[in-house]
Design a protein around this ligand. Structure first.
Ligand code: ADP
Ligand code: MG
Length: 633
């Protein structure tokens, strides 16, 4: 037989160590949240054992599930004990020594050493168990798995650490199933070993937990006859111990909703908005959905966990049930509690269940509705939302046909008429102020806001006072390729095709010299689809117009990044016949010089769209030749 393992020392995983250090050194305000985190873990552990006990009722502890918070003022300790699922020795080593979240290393790289910024980021990451070290210089965990078959009492594990590099584990005899976390408070955190303080914190942060949090009854003053004083310690429940979403909306305070959000989301910040609903009828369920204030660090990792906490008849079933919302709403956090699903429901079953499909489509509408309300009532908060999640929401225009119109109304764009050119303009705003005779919604796609604003393609629109939406998110070209119209108005890319603009018919360009068009064509030859005098330009000499089906610069980059070979695009070269450069060009007799000038105009047109000339070196050479000839003169 193998030697029984007793004491072992382990180093924390590098990521865990880094996070621990940050926690200890950056989070000096709001230190009391350690209690919320530990009670939250205790509540999760009880949720898990409750679930196991559906099949094995004798796992329910005598005296039912509870979390006990005790303290010892003299020794400066606080203890949080639960009779939940507990941990085996291997589980303690894994769960309290490493961070399993994918992307942790990446996340840590984003930390800047700026404490204020960093502590915000840590908040988004979820502080969790390590927050114990905010107030404790030594943490002790006594735990035993309720599933180890030892019954009411048996050998478990004692984990201890001072939060530096390492932790120690050893066998611990005679433990009940569950977990007890004992905090040896730092000298400057002794204030937490206090009945009033602790009750107050529990009330503030953990009232909504669906498990009783118990504390010692405050002893009444001893009776005159001296009979009290020897009685066993009595406990009383100090929170309301009713899962928040099961209460009626009118009973729940705003602050309680905010605290509950922090419990389900592991976020530090308050949510932007929430929506709490009970549905009765053929399907019965309750949902509580939240919009976070800032994007999580792994928003763009499609594998990152997402979804709602699923309960069935108030029993916790699983975290991250992603089947209840579409991917483009992956930022929504919250809870769904169904009365109809079976308690033994699995992820596989969720995927095909009709009830889930209909809850999902109802929750999708709820979530979009919550965003509409936010946009209407809290424009500043909605702007925050757009900045954090606007791009994700855009995915919905291609993924959720049924709600496309609603999603489109929720989007906000930068535009030529918005003074600070930020994403303020809705499609309804746009349509509402279209000029007389305008039937189309014009947009421009560019690589960056700067490129968008200075694009030559906007010149004629500025002249005619027609608004153009400026799009520069990575997803925009993809999105627009899926969209035909809004409110019956077709979307038109100002960089493509012939523009028939409303307003006075344009004067035909003065120098409608077929000769010039033909001479330019001869130079650009197979690099362009066509050459023509432009209706688009007022100030710039030339621009490039895309073919109706050519990928634009954004799409080209995306496709090329996936390894696809694309044929070189052939734009139409449009020149501004009234521009002095062009009138001069028309008179240029030296064919070599004419050629150089045309090629420079061509490359510059491409530069103006934010795309480098195809042969940058040749462009530079030509330009230098030209400069030199100026000096020669
Ligand atoms: P999170 O709660 O986000 O998973 P934590 O850092 O709070 O992260 O906890 C890490 C893990 O440690 C938990 O996922 C859980 O597996 C385990 N754990 C922590 N506290 C307890 C507890 N009281 N009972 C059982 N397991 C626990
Ligand atoms: Mg936790």
């Amino acid at each position: 037989m193998a030697e029984p393992v007793t004491t072992e020392t382990y180093g924390f995983q590098t990521e865990a160590k880094q996070l621990l250090q940050l926690m200890i050194h950056s989070l000096y305000s709001n230190r009391e949240i350690f209690l919320r985190e530990l009670i939250s873990n205790a509540s999760d552990a009880i949720d898990k054992l409750r679930f196991e006990s559906i099949a094995k009722p004798d796992l329910v502890p005598a005296g039912d599930f509870a979390i006990r918070v005790t303290f010892d003022e003299e020794n400066g300790t606080v203890s949080i004990a639960d009779n939940g699922i507990g941990m085996t020795r291997d589980q303690v080593i894994e769960h309290l020594g490493t961070i399993a979240k994918s992307g942790t290393a990446e996340f840590l790289n984003q930390l800047t050493g700026d404490q204020k910024k960093d502590s915000n980021l840590i908040g988004q990451f979820g502080v969790g168990f390590y927050s114990a070290f905010i107030v404790a210089d030594e943490v002790e965990v006594l735990t035993r798995s309720a599933l180890d078959g030892q019954g009411e009492s048996g050998t478990g594990t004692r984990w201890t650490s001072r939060g530096e590099d390492a932790f120690t584990v050893e066998d611990a005899p005679d433990l009940p199933a569950g977990t007890q976390v004992i905090l040896h408070l730092k000298p400057d955190a002794k204030e937490f070993a206090d009945a009033y303080r602790l009750r107050n914190i529990v009330g503030r942060y953990s009232d909504h937990i669906g498990v009783p949090v118990e504390m010692e009854k405050v002893a009444p003053p001893a009776d005159d006859d001296g009979t009290s004083g020897t009685a066993a310690t009595e406990f009383e429940t100090v929170n309301s111990a009713k899962a928040l979403w099961t209460r009626s909306r009118s009973e729940v305070e705003e602050d309680e909703y905010r605290e509950f959000y922090k419990h389900v989301s592991h976020d530090f910040q308050d949510p932007l908005s929430w929506s709490h609903n009970r549905v009765e009828g053929k399907l019965e369920y309750t949902s509580l959905l939240y919009v976070p204030r800032s994007a999580p660090f792994d928003l763009w990792n499609r594998e990152a966990p997402r979804g709602l906490k699923l309960y069935v008849q108030r029993v916790f079933i699983m975290d991250e049930a992603e089947q209840f919302l579409p991917l483009y709403l992956r930022f929504i956090k919250g809870v769904v509690d169904s009365n109809d699903l079976p308690l033994n429901v699995s992820r596989e079953i969720l995927q095909q269940d009709e009830r889930v499909t209909s809850i999902r489509s109802a929750l999708t509408k709820r979530a979009l509705n919550m965003l509409e309300t936010l946009a209407k009532n809290e424009p500043a908060d909605y702007q925050t939302f757009i900045g954090e999640f606007g791009e994700v929401l855009k995915e919905g225009t291609g993924e959720d046909f049924a709600n496309r119109e609603t999603i489109l109304k929720l989007l906000r764009f930068a535009s030529t008429t918005d003074p600070d050119e930020e994403k303020h303009v809705s499609l309804e705003d746009y349509v509402g102020r279209m000029v007389e005779g305008q039937e189309k919604i014009y947009y421009l796609i560019a690589e960056s806001p700067e490129n968008a604003k200075s694009s030559p393609h906007l010149e004629v629109f500025r002249k005619k006072g027609i608004e153009v939406l400026l799009l520069f998110d990575r997803i925009d070209e993809w999105m627009m390729s899926n969209l035909q119209d809004f409110d019956g108005k077709a979307f038109v890319d100002v960089m493509r095709g012939d523009l028939a603009l409303p307003g006075e018919a344009d004067e035909t360009p003065e120098t409608e010299s077929d000769g010039l068009t033909e001479r330019i064509k001869a130079v650009l030859d197979d690099q362009v689809e066509d050459v023509r005098p432009s209706q688009r330009l007022t100030d710039s000499p030339a621009c490039l117009v895309l073919g109706a089906h050519d990928p634009g610069a954004q799409m080209r980059k995306i496709l090329e990044a996936t390894g696809q070979q694309l044929p070189a695009s052939k734009p139409v070269f449009e020149y501004n016949a009234g521009h002095p450069l062009l009138t001069r060009l028309d008179r240029e007799a030296d064919e070599d010089r004419f050629r150089d000038l045309v090629l420079i105009l061509f490359d510059q047109a491409s530069l103006a769209d934010g795309t480098a000339p195809r042969d940058a070196a040749a462009y530079v050479n030509r330009l230098n030749r030209l400069l030199l000839s100026l000096l020669d003169d």
